[in-house]
Design a binder for this molecule. Sequence first.
Ligand code: CA
Ligand code: CA
Length: 342
Amino acid sequence: MPIDVSRLGNKGKTFSLLIAVVLTGCNLFTELDEAQLDMDVDMATMDVGDIGEDGTNTDLGDDASEVDLCVPETDSELCQTALLNCDDAEITDSCGSMRTVNCGTCDAEICGQFLPNVCGCPCQIGAQCFPAGAINPDLNCQYCDPELDTMGWSVNDPDCLRDFPVGEVVRVDFGPTVAPDWTKLGLNETVGPLDTVDGNPTSVVVVASGFNGDQNGGALTTTLGIPPEVTRDTIWSGNFDGHDAALLEQGIVLAQELPTGSYRVQIFGSRDGDDGGMGRLSRYQIGEQFIDYEPSNQMSEYAVFDAVDVMDTGSIELTVSVSPDGTGRFSYIGSMEIERLQ
Ligand SMILES: [Ca+2]
Ligand SMILES: [Ca+2]
């Protein structure tokens, strides 16, 4: 409702003045409040701005004790935060300083194999980590190439052969009786890959085929220093019907997967008695070379091929038959040792 101050007399004038003062005062307070608020906001804005940009608080002036409030991480904390775990790395800490810190060493893994300053395994094979370029200790033509395979060996030759170190020997014991540290090869069986006598794995596989029987009736004692379980037993090729029929029989011993090189082949065979005087003259033949050898009561001699060259075929084929120069019905082989000469 409008107020008519002319009807109020002096009291009315005084009242109207009060009203005016009150109204003016209200307006004044409002303006003061807004000014104060503006100032507060300005100060708040100024404070935030001054602390921001260069990371230092200029409001704090030269008071060194307050600048030191930024506590940097330890070296290990820096490495951990940056997900680095090996060698020296340059990392900027939370206080803005670039620092060179050592993040440690790798155990079996390689630092920086896949990412800088991070341990990584080039080839994790089984429980072991191998560096790039490492050769498979069991197969010399396989190697670690992490670009091809980080969990296994990479093969550079599908027909690759395990090494057969020069000067080492693989050997088999023909016949039914097992001998310590020898590989038994029974009648027309296949054995391998063989380890060398020194324990190195090779790719050599030996196959016997075409033999007619086996027996245990050879020498238990020899002058050769090989076990009786090796010397006493053999596999044989022949025919009970006589020498002529036996000539038609042939056993084959095939040693396969031999690296190109030269080999010495040493054979032993023994059978008690002489088969009623006919003897057991056996012919061992490799390529053009042959040796006639008498197993009857044998206890002291080997048949030896001094040098057998293995070319691209990678195998040695030995035939066992009765010798045409003898009269026997049966031929025997009891053991074979193959030494790599070169
Ligand atoms: Ca044996
Ligand atoms: Ca034997």
